[in-house]
Design a protein around this ligand. Structure first.
Ligand code: ARG
Length: 466
């Protein structure tokens, strides 16, 4: 059995792990993407070790130089990652120490347990900021589409049945609101991620006079007032993955919203709705049916939500039975977290691009929104304004709808006599209710799809997203 000795094997081990063990336990194949943050954490730790005199000035300088060289090699794709060294932390430390003897002092007062917690937090902070930006951009794409077609009306649906008319922009802004709440959840999670665990050691801190505040400041773990944010319990700090779960939960909700938006896009792009046309570049063809143009981006956006939910469930399950503190199970957190971050970010980005390459079919929208049945509720409101109790008005208009169906006429083509055959309260002005433009001008409650209100909301978002 060929064996190698990772740096985690102290003098108590007579031999290295077997190849099968190394293969089963390694994480370098996926945690190497943390390399930049691992080095960043090590640089801050080294600066602190210099400050408390563990490293001499020369040792510190040599370590910084060595790490800079390693950074350049990794960036150039020239660094040799060694699975035998298990993970990103030991790969980097071992290589540094091979080049710079003082590298052997770098792990003073530190464990991979607080190191990996640190790396994950550093990595996730950047990821949240990036996702934040991309999600805001998707909001912009939705607002732009709404503005471009600000006069377009479509039916709003409940139970996927035509219900009442709305501006297309109102429908799109519904998603902007959802995304805004997603952003708030991500921002809340950021605050709890932005706490420095370094100095927690393996689980019980250190007997050395480490300067935790200094490290936290160097790594930007500070609140809005510049106050360093430190974990307050070493055992919690090395076991806690709440911040990762919270991100995956916020991302799962974001994925729900993306999936619902995708579903609307898929419906709208169908021949049955025909409300939108997605540009060729953002659709795919069928290998068999030459006429097909499929909304695959939206379908994948809908489909990928499944793995994002699965990742959340995996993390919750991973954590639920773990005794304090660190357990190797925690290594399984990374791929789920990475996959969630990658999936939602890619989805948000491609959805924004697709929406920017989507045209609205005004004629089809107008035809659908012109269905007078969409204004049946307005006719009931008409009777209410004449003093009729709503329940009675609802019943009367139901009878009008039945009459229209029986006579094969659209609702707005019934005569006054026909309306009055149902209820004497209908007057000459009753049919005026079916003027769609006027109907939309009347819906101006806050949050309603009225002409003025939707324009106001579009303007508000435009300004907020500027
Ligand atoms: N690769 C490990 C992980 O991802 C790093 C921490 C290992 N700690 C340990 N005590 N074995 O969790």
């Amino acid at each position: 059995m060929k064996t190698t000795f990772p740096v985690s094997r102290s003098g108590r081990f007579a031999r290295g792990p077997g190849a099968d063990v190394a293969q089963f336990t390694e994480s370098i194949s996926f945690d190497r993407r943390l390399w930049r943050h691992d080095l960043l954490g090590s640089l801050a730790h080294a600066a602190m070790l210099r400050k408390i005199g563990v490293l001499t000035r020369a040792e510190h300088a040599a370590i910084v130089k060595g790490m800079n060289a390693i950074t350049r090699e990794i960036e150039a794709g020239k660094f040799r990652w060694r699975p035998a060294l298990e993970d990103v932390h030991m790969n980097l430390e071992a290589e540094l120490t091979r080049r710079v003897p003082a590298g052997a002092k770098l792990h003073t007062g530190r464990s991979r347990n607080d190191q990996v917690a640190l790396d994950l937090r550093l990595w996730l902070r950047d990821e949240i900021v990036a996702l934040f930006g991309e999600t805001t951009d998707l909001q912009r794409a939705l607002v732009s589409l709404g503005e471009k077609y600000s006069d377009v009306l479509i039916p709003g649906y409940t139970h996927l049945q035509r219900a009442q008319p709305v501006y297309l922009a109102h429908h799109l802004l519904a998603y902007v609101e959802m995304l805004e709440r997603d952003l708030h959840r991500l921002a809340g999670g950021f605050v709890r991620t932005n706490v420095c665990p370094l100095g927690s050691g393996a689980l019980a801190g250190s007997t050395l006079p480490l300067k935790r505040e200094l490290v936290a400041k160097l790594l930007g773990f500070v609140d809005d007032g510049g106050k360093p944010q430190l974990t307050q319990n070493s055992m919690d700090a090395v076991s806690d993955r709440d911040f990762a779960v919270e991100f995956c939960a916020a991302a799962a909700l974001l994925a729900v919203h993306l999936s619902r938006l995708a579903e609307d896009v898929i419906l709208w792009a169908s021949a049955e709705f025909n409300f939108i046309r997605i540009a060729d570049a953002y659709t795919t063809g069928s290998s068999l049916m030459p006429q097909k143009k499929n909304p695959d981006i939206a379908e994948l956006a809908r489909g990928k939500s499944g793995r994002v939910f699965g990742n959340l469930m995996a993390l919750l399950t991973l954590l639920k039975g773990l005794p304090l503190t660190y357990n190797r199970d925690l290594q399984e957190d990374k791929e789920r977290l990475f996959d969630t971050a990658d999936t939602v970010r890619a989805t948000v980005r491609i959805m924004a691009a697709m929406l920017r390459h989507t045209a609205v079919n005004r004629a089809a929208c107008a035809a659908a929104a012109g269905d007078p049945a969409l204004l049946a509720t307005d006719l009931a409101d008409y009777l209410v304004k004449k003093g009729m109790p709503f329940r009675q008005a609802h019943h009367a208009v139901g009878a009008v709808v039945a009459l229209a169906e029986k006579t094969g006429k659209p609702l707005n083509r019934l005569t006054l006599a026909e309306l009055q055959s149902v209820d004497k309260a209908f007057g000459r002005d009753a049919l005026g209710v079916f003027d769609l433009k006027r109907a939309m001008a009347k819906r101006n409650l806050i949050g309603a799809p009225g002409t003025k209100e939707v324009a106001k909301q579009l303007a508000r978002w435009r300004e907020q997203l500027a």
